[in-house]
Design a protein around this ligand. Structure first.
Ligand code: ZN
Ligand code: ZN
Ligand code: ZN
Length: 371
């Protein structure tokens, strides 16, 4: 079960803010199930699915954690215990939905976190006699704007993953499989200060053309372009995520030229980030550079995603997202180009929006790195 380690006072203000935002949204209560929302609010992710763990909060409701007794000690060791939050524990045979409904007696508009399983949503709606709604807009508001402590953790995560990228040339070479290289990288992700390895993508040659490729037993050969996209969570629970593109030996000249364009596209998007600009404008900055070079069709995904206690969260830097960027938002800038059956490339940094631009949290060289 993932826990975070901020002072209880930080969690107290996050809880207050969530209740205030719920009130503003006209909700009488919110039920937060296991997942990143719970981790953000009280410092523990919760790991039960069929046994209900939930935080109930809202205007005029003392935040209450409903938890299976077998998880109680673990949950109490987090901000839940430090803040002395109300706890309603239950054992197999009890009806936890009844406990939640009891806390929400009289509520007519109730929101649920997007990770609350349907297994609990449906019985709860039946008991409350109301139709539940998504509390996502309320819950994302807090998580989307990072405070100074959260930014410090994202910086720590950025430095840790940069240290891993600096060591990739030690492991990436012709004759090794993607899986062997990935195993060395995974060990280093932990060595360099992460608590968990969240993902290791080593996409060599044609495998790099699939943005979803993770690893395989393909043997890397001389001349391969290799996408290495890696990340983990540092002990506070905040995540790193950085991609660099490497070449084993000498790249062919077309690939080298196209990757140089990609590096410029990534820089153009980073340069576009500042408060007041929309997410889609940042996406368009990267897309525009690629389009000018005739590479628009090769860019198969959005430019980026928010990051925090989860690897993918709001804001999404994508076409059609007119969300206005604000100071404290943290997200990836990761355009890529993909040529089916040939090769692919992607460059990814995490940035945090500052008062007049952005701070880049990854500092290893962007240009194609020969190993
Ligand atoms: Zn029930
Ligand atoms: Zn990534
Ligand atoms: Zn990413």
């Amino acid at each position: 079960m993932t826990t975070t380690s901020f002072p209880a006072s930080v969690h107290a203000s996050r809880l207050d803010r969530a209740s205030a935002l719920a009130a503003e949204a006209g909700l009488d209560g919110i039920v937060v199930g296991p997942g990143p929302d719970l981790q953000y609010l009280v410092g523990v992710e919760g790991d039960t699915i069929e046994r209900l763990t939930a935080l109930v909060l809202g205007p005029g409701i003392a935040p209450t954690v409903v938890v299976p007794r077998m998880e109680l000690a673990k949950v109490r060791s987090t901000a839940v215990g430090d803040l002395g939050l109300a706890i309603s524990d239950w054992v197999d045979g009890d009806d936890p939905h009844g406990l939640v409904a009891g806390i929400l007696t009289g509520a007519s508009r109730v929101g649920v976190s997007d990770a609350l399983p349907a297994l609990h949503v449906i019985p709860l709606a039946d008991l409350l006699g109301v139709s539940l709604e998504l509390a996502t807009p309320v819950l994302r508001e807090g998580r989307m704007i990072k405070d100074a402590d959260e930014i410090a953790e994202l910086r720590r995560a950025g430095r840790a993953i940069d240290a891993v990228h600096r060591r990739v040339p030690e492991w990436l070479r012709a004759g090794r499989t993607e899986r062997e290289v990935a195993a060395d990288i995974a060990a280093s992700i932990v060595d360099e200060g992460h608590r968990t390895v969240e993902f290791v993508i080593v996409g060599s040659g044609p495998n790099g053309a699939d943005p979803h490729h993770e690893v395989s037993d393909r043997v890397i050969v001389d001349g391969d372009v290799v996408v290495v996209d890696i990340g983990g969570a540092v002990p506070s629970g905040y995540n790193s995520d950085s991609t660099r593109t490497y070449v084993v030996g000498t790249p062919d000249s077309v690939a080298a030229e196209r990757i140089a364009v990609l590096v410029r596209a990534q820089q153009a998007a980073v340069d576009a980030v500042r408060p007041g600009v929309t997410a889609e404008q940042v996406d368009a900055a990267a897309r525009g550079v690629l389009a000018e070079a005739g590479l628009a069709e090769a860019f198969l995904h959005r430019t980026g995603h928010g990051i925090g206690v989860s690897v993918h969260e709001e804001p999404y830097i994508a076409p059609g997202n007119d969300l206005v960027l604000r100071e404290g938002m943290a997200f990836s800038i990761e355009p890529g180009i993909y040529f089916a059956k040939e090769w692919g490339a992607r460059i990814e940094d995490i940035v945090v929006v500052t008062a007049d631009g952005c701070e880049r949290l990854n500092e290893t060289p962007h240009a194609l790195t020969a190993v």
